[in-house]
Design a binder for this molecule. Structure first.
Ligand code: URA
Length: 231
């Protein structure tokens, strides 16, 4: 890969900014000053140093955000703060081109995966793959045994077929965990509505192999997963 392309991908600057940095001799390639934007480098092994910091290339990046309330799950929006606005505010050095996997409502909190691995995103969201999504739900009242049975065997949410079987872990009082593997629009809220309950608070705590640990990742925080790839 050309050196200037790599520097842009590493989010060191725009094409013209990195050219200027190279000209000033501010970029080291494997410890040696590099001056030519067109220099070819092996992106899989090279170490770039700039501003006292080492950068190495990774094809795929994975981050988990504990999404706070009030931000929308989109990459950009004319009026609302998006999860990606928040992400780049908190991680300005992260590479460009990342996106959230799936969608949480504006008032839903919790685990959101952010990556540039389109294949993984597709697999995690494909209805055929039956990837579990677990939510902690606060309701406007208690759940009856029959509500749990209905939710677990499938309810009508106005889309023809019943929802697929779910797993409910009742905590007592007005909270429970529900695990589903579909991802229809407002699915959890609509499922509880179908059994006569209103969802007051919704937090995603699990997504496929990932789970949310709020002691390590409080609301609004982001953590970079230390893996080259998910596979
Ligand atoms: N189900 C919902 O109703 N909302 C979400 O944000 C996620 C799942």
């Amino acid at each position: 890969m050309r050196l200037d392309k790599l520097l842009v991908e590493l989010n060191i600057g725009t094409r013209s900014e990195v050219k200027a940095l190279l000209k000033k001799g501010l970029i080291l390639v494997d410890g040696q000053k590099a001056l030519k934007p067109e220099q070819k480098v092996d992106e899989n092994s090279v170490v770039i140093t700039y501003g006292g910091k080492d950068y190495s290339y990774q094809q795929y990046y994975y981050y988990i955000m504990n999404k706070p309330k009030g931000v929308i799950t989109a990459t950009e929006d004319a009026k609302d703060l998006t999860v990606m606005d928040l992400f780049y505010q908190k991680c300005p050095d992260a590479p460009k081109g990342l996106s959230p996997v799936g969608r949480l409502d504006k008032d839903t909190t919790g685990l959101l995966l952010i990556t540039n691995d389109g294949k993984l995103a597709h697999e995690l969201l494909s209805p055929k793959k039956h990837v579990d999504k677990t939510y902690f739900v606060t309701l406007d009242g208690e759940l009856a045994e029959e509500n749990i049975k209905e939710l677990e065997s499938g309810v009508h949410i106005g889309e023809g077929d019943l929802t697929e079987p779910a797993k409910v872990e009742y905590e007592g009082g007005n909270t429970c965990y529900i695990t589903i593997h579909e991802g229809k629009f407002h699915q959890v809220k609509r499922m509880f509505f179908a059994v006569g309950k209103q969802v007051l608070e919704l937090k995603r705590t699990g997504f496929g192999p990932l789970s949310l640990d709020e002691e390590k990742l409080p609301s609004g925080h982001i953590s970079k997963l230390k893996c080259e790839s998910f596979y």
